[in-house]
Design a protein around this ligand. Structure first.
Ligand code: IPM
Ligand code: MG
Length: 368
């Protein structure tokens, strides 16, 4: 049987360094677990702009459409701040999301026991925290038309449009309910139905989908501002949070910070099933390109490695191998092995990005 295919797009800044550690992990699974991938590699973001004058070459886009999963590092950096909006590094990532139609973005916010002291909240509020934010990723105000900067009555007007169709809400709601069934069976949907028509429609459609097919799942609704408040007041009340593109952007950064370890958090962006039954998929760490530490071998590769664990689970049906990899990362933390981003509180040993990767490989070795 043909090996599943992976397209690696390291991108910019620390994307390069963390992806080098992921490659070691991929190789480990080939050598030790008989899980082999056909890996190809290409450019995205500023790296692609430097080479081709565009943050995502058409050929790279075409490759991404063909492979079984895409793994992305990070995009962006100060070098590209003054570029025209249309060729900014972020546009490369947004094009991948839109053209692959990756409508369901899974962002876990999980507090690792060993790191509970790093949270900005009291330890008892976050210890054991395990939330999944399902963010709609291909519509809403990120993509709605009309958009642009126009001139009206002799002044400029900036316009973005919050727009959702029923089917866009329906499909992402289904993915949240499906996921909840495999977790603690609770979904809290967040919008602003008190001020936005798109929010009223969102609440209606989520309620309908629930009544039709998922009445076994516990569903609640919250205004997104109250949701943000509850997220920092008592985060453990949530299991799955379902929300739109823009609110999801904000709420997922908030949730990530609660865990005290942005450098630890992975994400998956999933679309409709392809012919082989696998969903179109892109996996990436939640953190960005961290230009301040790029090129210094200081980055934490865990989030990107855990993104590969999500690929094992959601694209390749290898849940127990994903568990193995996640357990290895947790074990390293429990031993006090930390990259610089996690050194604030407990003064363990600071290791480099490559040392962290090696430690995870060593832990994997002892797992078999
Ligand atoms: C994210 C990021 C992106 C977004 C940027 C880089 C386009 O903030 O993935 O959350 O706004 O969606
Ligand atoms: Mg964001």
């Amino acid at each position: 049987m043909k090996n599943p295919s992976l397209l690696i797009l390291p991108g910019d800044g620390i994307g390069q360094e963390v992806m080098a550690e992921v490659r070691k992990v991929i190789q480990w699974f080939g050598e030790n677990r008989d899980l082999n991938f056909d890996v190809s590699e290409d450019l995205v973001g500023g790296a692609a702009y430097d080479q081709h004058g565009t943050p995502l070459h058409d050929e790279t886009m075409a490759k991404a459409q063909e492979v079984d999963a895409v793994l992305l590092g990070a995009v962006g950096g100060p070098k590209y701040d003054d570029l025209d909006f249309s060729v900014k590094p972020e546009r490369g990532l947004l094009r991948l999301r839109k053209e692959m139609d990756l409508f369901s973005n899974l962002r876990p916010a999980q507090c690792f026991d060993a790191l509970a002291d790093f949270s900005s909240l009291k330890k008892e509020l976050v210890s054991g925290l395990d939330i999944m934010i399902v963010r709609e990723l291909t519509s809403g105000s990120y993509f709605g038309e009309p958009r642009g900067i126009f001139t009206e009555d002799n002044q400029r007007v900036g316009i973005n449009t919050q727009r959702y169709t029923e089917s866009e809400i329906d499909r992402v709601a289904r993915s949240a309910f499906e996921l909840a069934r495999r977790r603690n069976n609770k979904v809290c949907s967040m919008e602003k139905a008190n001020v936005m028509e798109s929010g009223i429609l969102w609440r209606d459609v989520v309620t309908e989908v629930h009544a039709e097919d998922y009445s076994d799942v516990e569903l609640s609704h919250m205004y997104a501002d109250a949701g943000a408040m509850q997220l920092v007041r008592a985060p453990k009340q949530f299991d799955v949070i379902l929300t739109d593109n823009l609110f999801g952007d904000l709420l997922s950064d908030t949730a990530a910070m609660l865990t005290g370890s942005l450098g630890m958090l992975p994400s998956a962006s999933l679309g409709s099933p392809m012919q082989n039954g696998r969903p179109k998929a892109l996996y990436e760490p939640v953190h960005g390109s961290a230009p301040d530490i790029a090129g210094q071998n200081k980055a934490n590769p865990s989030a990107c490695i855990l993104s590969f664990a999500m690929a094992l689970r959601y694209s390749f049906d290898q849940g127990s191998e994903a568990d193995r990899l996640e357990a290895a990362v947790e074990a390293i933390l429990a031993k006090g092995i930390r990259t610089g981003d996690l050194m604030q509180a407990d003064g363990g040993t600071a290791v480099s990005c490559t040392e962290m990767g090696d430690a995870i490989i060593a832990e994997l070795n002892s797992s078999i």
